[in-house]
Design a protein around this ligand. Sequence first.
Ligand SMILES: C[S@@+](CC[C@H](N)C(=O)[O-])C[C@H]1O[C@@H](n2cnc3c(N)ncnc32)[C@H](O)[C@@H]1O
Length: 268
Amino acid sequence: MDKDKAQEFFKHEVSDYKSEHYGSGYRTFMSVRQEAFLDDIDKLNLPAASIALDAGCGPGLLTKELFDRGLNMYCLDTSGAMLNLAKSQYTEQDSPLPEFTQGNIESIPFDENHFNLLVSAGVIEYLKTDDTALSEFHRVLKKDGFLILSVTNSLSPIGILEGLIEWIKRNDFTRGLCNQLLSAMGRTPVRAREFEVRKHHPANFDKAIERNGFSIIKSGYFYMLPWPHPFDRIFPNASSLLGNKIESISNSRFGWLSEGYYVVAEKK
Ligand SMILES: C[S@@+](CC[C@H](N)C(=O)[O-])C[C@H]1O[C@@H](n2cnc3c(N)ncnc32)[C@H](O)[C@@H]1O
């Protein structure tokens, strides 16, 4: 996987990212992930004015939710365009405004023992390995500070057609055909991705977190779909309706079928 290509992708994948994943009105991987994160963050009962970092904040919707809960927010992302999008949600009356910093989660530009909470939703999978970022997360968190991280679950069959989908997106003819269809449906066009998103086996991800000095408090799955991608985009209404009905499977012994996996951990 080419990390720079991933970073390049997120320089351009900006307004589409927000409208497609959070503003489409449909249930999406990102919207379900955000609900799961917020549920668990609310249960942590963090003291008022706790300091939190959204590492790889993207369009900053999770940051804004945490800001609205009274946390002192810091946002870090390699993409200046994503940071601008994240900033655009605040007015001059919002105070203290989150601090927006362009930078890399593998070399976090903050002092050690700084944060009470660090969230990083769907970012570590764009890196070559987990350990550099995890040791940085450990460094900047205070002792007993909390870490919440998500990845794409390698056990899930939801992405079974991904190779074929990426081939369709890379081929000019099939991509054109596909975008004509999407445009007729009023949906955002697709773009070819020149890098792979690393998928994680939950047990291996747990081990990586633990070997970097964290105790896992809770782990869980999220985002069940009745069928593999891209049928969720082709039938968004039915996918949202049925997906909501079967989401409880994520908390059952068949949770490993879900596309997302996340961990809540504490710095030892
Ligand atoms: C899939 S998006 C997730 C955004 C956000 N966390 C969310 O939940 O909507 C990945 C984000 O991570 C950022 N990113 C990728 N690699 C990064 C790195 N090494 N350091 C900081 N940010 C990075 C991208 O620019 C992009 O905004």
